[in-house]
Design a protein around this ligand. Sequence first.
Ligand SMILES: NC(=O)C1=CN([C@@H]2O[C@H](COP(=O)(O)OP(=O)(O)OC[C@H]3O[C@@H](n4cnc5c(N)ncnc54)[C@H](OP(=O)(O)O)[C@@H]3O)[C@@H](O)[C@H]2O)C=CC1
Ligand SMILES: CC(=O)N[C@@H](CCC(=O)OP(=O)(O)O)C(=O)O
Length: 344
Amino acid sequence: MKVSIIGTTGYGGGELFRLLHHHPVFSIHSVHTTRDETPLYIEFPHLYGITDLKLEHIDVEEIAKHSDIVFIAAPSGVSSKLVPAFLDTGIQIVDLSGDLRLTDGEVYRKWYKHEPAKSSLLKKAVYGLSEWNKEKIMDAKLIANPGCYPTATLLGLAPVVKEGLIDPDMIIIDAKSGASGAGRSVSKSLLFSEINENFRIYKVNEHQHIPEIQQQLNKWDAGVSPITFNTHLLPITRGIMATIYVKLSENMNTARIIELYNEQYLRNPFVRIRQNGNFPSVKEVSGSNYCDIGLHVDERTGRLTIVSVIDNLMKGAAGQAVQNANLMNGLDEKTGLEYIPMYP
Ligand SMILES: NC(=O)C1=CN([C@@H]2O[C@H](COP(=O)(O)OP(=O)(O)OC[C@H]3O[C@@H](n4cnc5c(N)ncnc54)[C@H](OP(=O)(O)O)[C@@H]3O)[C@@H](O)[C@H]2O)C=CC1
Ligand SMILES: CC(=O)N[C@@H](CCC(=O)OP(=O)(O)O)C(=O)O
């Protein structure tokens, strides 16, 4: 099957290229840009000698004529305009932006501060949280790939929320990301001297991923109250750690909670539940599509601590996008994704 990438010169697009270049079933037909049509290795010198593919301008009809799937890794505000033209052609679409994830356009307008996609378009998009929406993804033509923070957070919370085991009024998520989460465009707050040997909180109580997390939690349990979710910038390139605090509504110990998570993720090869009070670090998933989860019940407070880590560019973006494209096409979800994390 042939695939095309839009937004190839960004971090998400570059990671899509790395995965799709080695994929045994998908082959990259074309890569696209809104700027100069140069060889891709000029933009990404690490691809010198690996590919001669030239960046091309975006021509929806040409892409759809030659490719079966288009991956869109552009900033928010682009896909809401670009996707309708692709939908008319019948090509499969996996969109990595936030444009199609929220079912209510007005919520998108409030948090993203962009014009939302039409509600008829939003209705066609399937939320691509691979582990929990598999059947719908398998039938989908248009995937709204989840945000990086929501992926780590929702995979961490799903078992206890779906089973109604926690106090729905008190969910606190303390999340941290490496700098590649902010993309490749230039910004003062992302300069080496601003990030290195530093650690800061940002978008306090205003992060655009709050409504995405809330929307999915409320699909699982309508009684979940507004969550507290905050984000911090780590002086590393890749990786997200979401540390989540919830109050258990019944008496359960760590061993029982781990057993529950083992059961719920049994047939999900990319979610690894740490056993015996072991906790993951971000490096232990770097470069891979794994989400690793550590769990501990504090019997003193009755609170459960959930630690969920992913590589933001992999399970948080390109990896999950390829996992979804595999599912859409009846392939084993692991196809082309069995990378061992890069350690150290
Ligand atoms: N970085 C991450 O960890 C994650 C990112 N995402 C989402 O994925 C998307 C891509 O993110 P990321 O790769 O980090 O961002 P980058 O800023 O690194 O790259 C975005 C790319 O989009 C292209 N682009 C810009 N404007 C347009 C346009 N009008 N039409 C088409 N393409 C355009 C640019 O390429 P060119 O200039 O060559 O056209 C640019 O290289 C974003 O929506 C982001 O929010 C989601 C999960 C995680
Ligand atoms: C470190 C960092 O800045 N991360 C970005 C992640 C953005 C993102 O992935 O944007 P979507 O809304 O399209 O999912 C942020 O916190 O805004």
